[in-house]
Ligand binder design. Structure first.
Ligand SMILES: [Zn+2]
Length: 372
């Protein structure tokens, strides 16, 4: 272990902290592309300073090419510049270092991943690997990558490996060799409104239909094989004395296999309200397919593990429930995820990076870029 208790006296860590602070103090919620562009502009300038050829793609995604030729396949590195934090968050949870922990919105997920990558690239000293390195910076990972997905898949088709600098698992600092697929269904029930006292029989309750559907949907879960379902939002009705004409359910779905996604989707599509006067409009579906742990990923992990051993620390791996853009690339190219900065508290007020562990993980990434 590095065992460092403060950044002072560690020039490399201090330099990474300076760069990270620059990114963190530009708030960049997924909903504000202009703010995200300000973060991207900083990263793009760092990339240009390293000699990268840079491209802006439709929707806001950027591509930075380091020594990418036309004849060989590059290593693709996935990053995102958006965060889940709205403007004003910095005032509530400001940048601060406490002992070995650096706190702040978007630090762990994933601005420290971007900074660690830039420092890894700098330390290659223009000695790019065969085929070069292509860095993709997405503006909308946290909301499902609607604008960047096509660019990510295109880049992955031409890559010989994909490294995702999302953070490693909290506490264990394990790399991520698989992720569940994620889906979202929106069920809109349309009933018939009527006076709840004078003419209840003329009404058809959208809430009653939705309530029955909640139980049917929850019963589709198969946690034993990784399929979890949560009806996370419900809203409906207009007044307590009106039979409700509208009710909407929003459902979160996680699956370990595509077959399970198809089973649940088919079941939800087949749902019919018991009261024929209530109609159902279904939206959504599977967003990110499952990143199923496979041999190509495990071969990359074995390389990472061996490098960790040489560097003097243990590198583990696991399959996690949350999705990332690695879910899109895993079917297309060998993908290894969790190569960002160690820490904890993604999407939570205690979000932080572990400064005692971060330099080790940057060294690991540097070696992977050299040796894959
Ligand atoms: Zn992330």
């Amino acid at each position: 272990m590095g065992g460092m208790s403060s950044p002072e006296g560690h020039p490399e860590l201090q330099a990474m902290l300076n760069d990270l602070r620059t990114l963190v103090e530009i708030e960049s919620p997924s909903s504000d592309l202009a703010a995200i562009c300000r973060v991207m502009d900083v990263v793009e300038q760092w990339a240009r300073d390293l000699g990268a050829e840079t491209h802006g793609l439709p929707g806001g995604t950027r591509l930075f090419n380091f020594g990418v030729g036309y004849d060989e396949q590059p290593i693709l590195v996935l990053t995102h510049a958006d965060t889940v934090w709205p403007h004003g968050t910095l005032a509530q949870m400001p940048w601060r270092v406490e002992g070995d922990r650096l706190y702040g919105p978007g630090t762990y997920d994933m601005k420290a991943g971007i900074v660690g990558l830039i420092h890894a690239l700098r330390s290659l000293n223009h000695g790019w690997p065969r085929g070069g390195v292509q860095v993709l910076l997405s503006p909308d990972e946290e909301t499902g990558s609607a604008s960047s997905r096509g660019h990510i898949e295109n880049a992955a088709r031409h890559a010989r490996a994909v490294l995702v600098v999302e953070p490693p698992v909290a506490d264990s600092h394990n790399l991520k060799t698989g992720r569940k697929g994620t889906g979202h269904f929106s069920l809109h029930f349309h009933g018939v409104a009527s006076h709840a006292g004078n003419k209840p029989e003329e009404g058809a309750s959208a809430i009653t239909a939705a309530a029955q559907a909640v139980l049917e949907i929850q019963a589709l879960a198969r946690p034993d094989i990784g399929t979890t379902i949560s009806v996370g939002l419900i809203r409906g009705g207009s007044a307590v004395n009106v039979v409700p004409a509208e009710c909407v359910l929003d459902v979160d779905l996680r699956v370990s296999t595509l077959a399970e996604a198809e089973r649940v989707t088919a079941a939800v599509q087949a749902m019919t309200p018991a009261d024929p006067r209530v109609t159902l409009t279904l939206g959504g579906g599977l967003n990110r397919p499952p990143f199923e742990q496979g041999g190509a990923t495990m071969a990359l992990f074995a390389q990472a593990q061996a490098i960790g051993q040489q560097l003097g620390f243990t590198v583990g791996h696991e399959v996690v429930g949350g999705g990332s853009d690695g879910n899109f690339t895993a079917p297309l190219a060998p993908t290894l995820d969790g190569l960002g900065a160690p820490g904890d508290g993604a999407h939570a007020s205690h979000e932080h990076v572990r400064l005692d562990r971060w330099p080790d993980h940057v060294r690991l990434l540097t070696r992977l870029l050299k040796e894959i």
